[in-house]
Design a protein around this ligand. Structure first.
Ligand code: SF4
Ligand code: SF4
Length: 268
């Protein structure tokens, strides 16, 4: 077994351990740093350079991005957007908001562990708290790294019509994080599936449905979730719609000789 293969097995063990510690299911993939960097918006390239620091040139030459996700427990997403007596049931919706925060904290613990053990730089999960501080969504992008680009390139899922990463097994009921490293690892390819004719998320959100007529629907989204007044700055109706969409397929079994080259799913 080569160095990349044995490092990848070790990485999977670590991720299984990190998932078990927080009692969450997970998904893990690996892609080239260069491919991620080339796909980023210019302002996000700048942020990636900052995070990589003095190792940037090395990462560009031979670095990897470890992309991973934790999955919301069954039923959590169903609390989004419930109605009671003709109004939104915010108590139920806040159950989702609470898990959102838990997943972010769990991701940060996992990325710290992996970065320490595999020798890399942890990238924090994307958190909230900015929607109310910004005056336009465009101000958000320079400060964050796109975990979605990492996840897309490493085969965690495809980019859905709701702009989120859609995993074939868990849909969008995931949150993402990652680690940059120059440790040799086996890469997992991006996946070719897509949304097809499905429009469930667009049917659930008027901003998504009419995004072609809006300057940037993400600005309407920002204002909406800021005004929603939940415990965290979340909405998630487009996630719930995707989870219940007919588009999702069961993940086929992966032949043993291909398993190292495919995204890894942890079990509880
Ligand atoms: S989070 Fe809510 S407002 Fe934003 S795109 Fe999704 S459904 Fe629409
Ligand atoms: S709801 Fe359908 S169209 Fe929207 S992201 Fe999910 S699979 Fe794609």
């Amino acid at each position: 077994m080569g160095e990349a293969e044995s490092n990848t097995l070790r990485l999977r063990e670590l991720f299984q351990m990190a998932s078990s510690e927080v009692s969450l299911r997970g998904i893990l993939g690996v892609t080239r740093f260069r491919g991620v960097y080339d796909s980023l918006m210019d302002v996000q390239k700048e942020r990636m350079r900052e995070i990589a620091g003095s190792l940037f040139d090395e990462f560009l030459e031979s670095g990897n991005v470890i992309s991973f996700a934790f999955v919301y427990p069954e039923g959590v997403i169903d609390n989004i957007g419930l109605m009671r007596d003709g109004v939104f049931d915010k108590e139920a919706w806040n159950i989702y908001a609470g898990w959102y925060t838990y997943l972010n904290n769990s991701l940060d613990k996992a990325s710290s562990l992996i970065a320490e053990e595999i020798s890399g730089i942890a990238i924090s999960a994307t958190t909230t708290g900015l929607a109310s501080k910004l005056t336009h969504v465009s101000q958000y992008f320079p400060g964050v790294v796109s975990h979605r680009v990492h996840a897309e390139n490493s085969g965690i899922g495809w980019r859905g019509k709701n702009s989120l990463i859609v995993n074939p097994r868990y849909s969008c009921m995931i949150r993402l994080s990652g680690v940059i490293t120059d440790t040799p690892l086996v890469h997992t390819p991006s996946i070719k599936e897509g949304c097809g004719e499905c429009t469930s998320c667009e049917d659930a959100c008027t901003f998504l449905k009419h995004r072609g007529r809006l300057d940037d629907y993400r600005e309407q989204c920002r204002v909406y979730l800021d005004n929603l007044g939940l415990d965290d700055e979340v909405c998630g109706k487009c996630i719930k719609a995707c989870v219940h969409s007919p588009r999702l397929v069961s993940t086929p079994g992966i032949p043993e000789d291909q398993q190292l080259k495919s995204v890894y799913y942890t079990s509880l």
